[in-house]
Every structure is written in structure tokens, then in C-alpha cells.
Ligand binder design. Sequence first.
Ligand code: UDP
Length: 254
Amino acid sequence: MEHAFVDILGVRVHRVDVAQMLTQIKTWIDNADGPVTQAVHQICTVNPEFIIHARRTPDFAAVLARADLAVPDGVGVLWAARCQGVRLRERVTGSDGIYHICAAAAHYGWRVYLLGAAPGVAEQAATRLQHRYPALQVVGCYGGSPADRDWPQIYARLAAAAPDLLFVAYGHPSQDQWIDCHRHELPVIVALGVGGAFDFVAGIMPRAPRWMQQWGLEWLFRLLRQPWRWRRMLALPLFGLLVVRNCAKSIFKS
Ligand code: UDP
């Protein structure tokens, strides 16, 4: 299935909503008969930090360009698309996406695996998800790390558990680069990076209140809770400036 996309500062973002992402995942899983032999289908949740990092790091830009689905995470991405006259229906985030995907997984019988986060967090997240979706098959949890020395151990665990879908919580860009680097070896059908989603699901980190999410202020909540993020978050004003500059350029051209 080919999805339309919008180019935001050189990064391709697919014009999909949550329902379309779930349909796409279902198609991939339904069409993958028997042992997994093709490259894993990778989903990246693109937010302004991803885009600024991609502009500075060609290798990361290539990872995003290779992803099968680059979904619009971050209110800034929706706004930047709107500046180009493209209306994206909604944010498709890892933190909410994990719930939507697990609901679908429970319904269709997909086997999921939770990889990443601090020791014990994935297990705690899995317990909560299973409580919420009793039919959900979590076939394994493991912290591990994206370091090369951990790969044999991770591979062995995944091969034994045979999941359909892998959530990877190593934070960006590591998680996305890690999936891309192992895309021909990962014994799963679909893999997606979910950042701090296990921390939210496990209840270790509170999520911004709904109203802050709706007003596009989730970044502020995270900055107040985790002030060390300030340097990374400098990407946000820079992203805003670049989008406005691009917009102005295209208005003057036309
Ligand atoms: N993490 C990890 N191993 C690493 C680096 C990070 O398991 O080597 C985990 C960390 O514990 C947290 C998640 O990755 O659960 C990163 O969360 P963050 O909110 O920083 O990710 P972002 O949403 O900003 O990409």
C-alpha cells in the first residue's frame, strides 16, 4: 500500500492517521506467511526533533527515508504540514500508538514484544497492557540496549519468542537507527520506535494532561519534568523558524 506523504524540511512524513496505520500493520502481518524472511517493516514516529536531527545527520535522514511508514508525531509536524496547505488528521504518536496497537493486537491475535527502557519497566508496562487488554499476547520483554554487544542476546530472545510486532524504547534516534541497522535480521514483521512510551504505560513517568496535549504543550510538560531536555528542545524553535522561512519563500515564489 502506497501512502501519500508531505515533505517537511526534507523529511517525508506519510499522511496517515491512527486507523490507517493499524490497517497497514494488519496488511503486513496478514501477508507475512511463515518464517519472516523479508526485511522488517519499520515505523518511525516523526516529530520536530527527528526532523532537525535528520537535517544535521545524513545517516539518520536515510533511516527516515527508508522507513516503511513515517507517521506524524508532534503537533509541530501537523502545523508545518498545514503551512503547506496539507491537513493531517491527527498526531500518530508512540505513546498513544502503543495502546491502539495493543488493542488491535489483542483483537487480531498479534504477538507483541517490548524491548528497551530501564530494567523492569518493560515488564511493568506489559503487566498493565495485559490488564487493559486481557487477550493481548505479550510474548516477551527485555531491557537490553542498542549497543552491538547486546545484539546476540536480543536476537536469541526474539527468535525464541517469535513476535509479530516489536516495540523498541531506546529513545530516538538510537531506536530508529537500531531497527534500521538490523532490519534484515530482526525476526519480526513490524518494528516501531516508541521513545519513552514504556515509562508512560508503566506509570513511571506521568503523561502531560489532556488539555496540554490538545494545546500542543506536551513539550513544555516534558521540559518541566525533565529539565535536562532543554538542549534537545532547542530543536523546536529552530524547527518553527525554518518552517516559517520555507513558507515565506514559497509565498514569494508564487
Ligand atoms: N533507553 C534505553 N536504553 C538506552 C537509552 C534509552 O532503554 O540506551 C530508554 C529510556 O529508559 C527511556 C527511553 O529509552 O525509557 C527513552 O525515552 P525518551 O523519552 O528520552 O525518548 P524520546 O521520546 O525523547 O525519543
